[in-house]
Design a protein around this ligand. Structure first.
Ligand code: PMP
Ligand code: GLN
Length: 375
């Protein structure tokens, strides 16, 4: 028997494939359908013929690591030692898998907050750990009573994704304070902070674990250039963690991938000299507002969106079907693909909510909205 006998294709593959089969507009899987920045592409063209195609050092290209260190200081005023506290990974997915498999031992519990990103649970199971899945409140804020009740000497890690996929919610200052006081009593618990949407926040500033001195010494933070630079296919991200934790993570990383593709590391290293991550939020804010404006008169009910490039909608005024069936119908009959939210819950909780990705050209959003208004 394999270790993941019940796992099937991820919802992102399923919905993107269905969208292709039906020629539907794909607002399901989270990826931009507009090109990466022209300057990034120019750097790629210039560097491709250079000597950049062999293994980089195991932890990453030193110049890239140094610049990520500067970036971390620039955005979060945290000074890291980029050669000892940083690891370049093959996307955040590999970073997350590696961090979990470095620390979680057989039988140890990992707290996941549902709706939770699909890679967390299988990564915990591969480590022999026990996923403990706790639903967020109805407004997708953390339910600290249930979190506190779940904490025990068996708890090894809690995974916190902020800004949050799929809900677009961002944690508040007071929520961080509650977490800090809860975890004070449990020094053995590590935090995995999945911050891949760190540069996409709107109504509420993103508070990073980098800025929480009471937590940062036990936190591994995952970031993704795929998300921040509109190059999801490059699969490049990084982990930042205190040196004692990072030393252990590197041991696993070196036998999982050894080092990450050199080409994108060289290109991104140069590009970090000119990129402005603040501009990313502005661009996505316009897209969020455009999409919300376009479908506000439809029968879909818009839920709040503080960050990420995902917009949730409730469709209870339209159909009583479960969200998976309704998503299939939306593709087949109406030509728009979305992600049903129930797949992110342990028990398949279905609140008739779908997730649309608005990281798309304005033309795509306008076209999709026309179709959604006819539903
Ligand atoms: N975490 C979350 C919350 C994500 O949405 C994603 C991907 N979209 C990842 C991790 C994985 O990022 P990457 O594509 O860099 O592996
Ligand atoms: N993270 C992306 C999303 O939420 C998808 C990544 C993937 O396809 N694995 O849609």
């Amino acid at each position: 028997m394999s270790k993941l006998p019940n796992v099937t294709s991820s919802i992102f593959s399923v919905m993107s494939q269905l969208a292709n089969e039906h020629g539907a507009i794909n607002l399901s899987q989270g990826f931009p359908n507009f090109p990466a920045d022209e300057q990034l592409l120019q750097i790629s063209e210039r560097l491709v013929h250079g000597n950049i195609h062999q293994y980089t050092p195991m932890a990453g290209l030193p110049s890239l690591m140094e610049k990520i260190g500067k970036l971390t200081f620039q955005y979060y005023h945290r000074n890291i030692n980029s050669s000892t506290e940083l690891l370049i990974t093959a996307g955040a997915t590999q970073g997350i898998y590696t961090a979990i498999n470095t620390f979680v031992n057989k039988g140890e519990e990992v707290i996941l907050l549902d709706p939770s990103y699909d890679s967390y649970e299988p990564s915990v199971i591969m480590a022999g750990g026990v996923p403990v899945r706790i639903s967020l409140n109805d407004d997708y804020s953390p339910d600290f009573n249930r979190i506190e009740a779940a904490l025990s000497p068996k708890t090894k890690m809690i995974i916190i994704n902020n800004p949050h996929n799929p809900t677009g919610r961002i944690w508040t200052e007071s929520e961080f304070e509650v977490l800090e006081s809860l975890l004070e009593k449990h020094p053995q618990i590590l935090i995995l902070g999945d911050e891949v949407y760190e540069y996409i926040s709107f109504s509420q500033p993103h508070i990073s674990f980098h800025t929480r001195p009471k937590l940062v010494e036990r936190t591994i933070i995952a970031s993704s250039f795929g998300k921040s630079l509109h190059v999801t296919g490059w699969k490049i991200g990084y982990l930042i963690a205190p040196e004692n934790l990072m030393n252990e993570i590197k041991k696993v990383h070196q036998f999982l991938v050894f080092s990450v593709n050199s080409f994108s590391q060289h290109i991104i290293s140069e590009y970090l000299d000119i990129v402005d991550f603040h501009a990313i939020s502005k661009m996505y804010l316009q897209k969020r507002d455009l999409f919300r404006e376009l479908i506000k008169d439809s029968r879909f009910e818009l839920l709040p969106c503080d960050g990420t490039y995902f917009q949730l909608v409730n469709y209870q005024n339209i159909s009583k079907q479960n969200d998976v069936d309704f998503s299939r119908e939306l593709i087949a009959k109406h030509g728009v693909a979305a992600i049903p939210l129930s797949v992110f819950y342990k028990d398949g909780t279905d609140r008739n909510v779908l997730r649309f990705c608005f990281a798309k050209t304005d033309e795509t959003l306008i076209e999709a909205a026309k179709k959604l208004k006819r539903v």
